[in-house]
Design a binder for this molecule. Structure first.
Ligand code: IMP
Ligand code: MG
Length: 177
């Protein structure tokens, strides 16, 4: 796709595939003998989650949540509203939240609090990307794909104004867009 908004590539397609496989293998080993309940955060995590799931070798179920974070288009405020909740209770389940990117960490911190209150047997996080420089709250993220610099990222699920999710790699959004 040719588009002036697509800047420097941050994570190449092959590196994504390789890392997603590694994460799937680690998760399969860590949850051996258990049944995993994957919670994808709409919409960005859908792409990562569907690739990741195919490398998970323990029995698993999948469900989704949609949340809206109040704030500007590039900064979340930490005030989060649930747009779509899980279809089923998670009490006693081994839950793994799958996120596209952890930026300030405010959205995830809210999700962790909300889901922990429902008494899962365990609750962990798998994030494809993290921007450690932007973190405002410390969070226990068990599985991380890649640490990226403080740039607005697009592709492989990540959008800018709902576009670019279909890019097969992760790129920086060009300055001035
Ligand atoms: P946080 O609450 O600041 O951690 O940001 C949470 C959400 O903002 C993420 O789940 C993404 O949906 C979105 N987001 C944060 N940084 C980026 C980015 O660089 N590109 C695209 N979306 C982002
Ligand atoms: Mg997200």
């Amino acid at each position: 796709m040719r588009d002036a908004a697509i800047g420097k590539i941050l994570v190449q397609r092959d590196d994504l595939a390789h890392r997603v496989r590694e994460l799937g293998e680690r998760i399969s080993a860590d949850y051996d003998g258990k049944e995993l309940f994957l919670v994808g955060v709409l919409k960005g995590a859908v792409f990562f989650l569907s690739d990741l799931m195919r490398h998970v070798e323990v029995p698993c179920q999948v469900d989704f949540m949609a949340v809206a974070s109040y704030g500007s288009s590039t900064d979340s405020s930490g005030v989060v509203r649930i747009l779509k909740d899980l279809d089923a209770p998670i009490e006693g389940r081994d839950v793994l939240i799958v996120e596209d990117i952890v930026d300030s960490g405010l959205t995830l911190s809210y999700l962790l609090r909300t889901l922990r209150a429902r008494d899962p047997a365990s609750l962990e996080v798998c994030a494809l990307l993290t921007k450690p420089e932007r973190r405002k709250v410390e969070l226990p993220i068990r599985y991380v794909g890649f640490e990226i610099p403080n740039r607005f990222a697009i592709g492989y699920g990540l959008d800018h104004a709902e576009r670019y999710r279909n890019l097969p790699y992760v790129a920086a959004l060009s300055e001035g867009v």
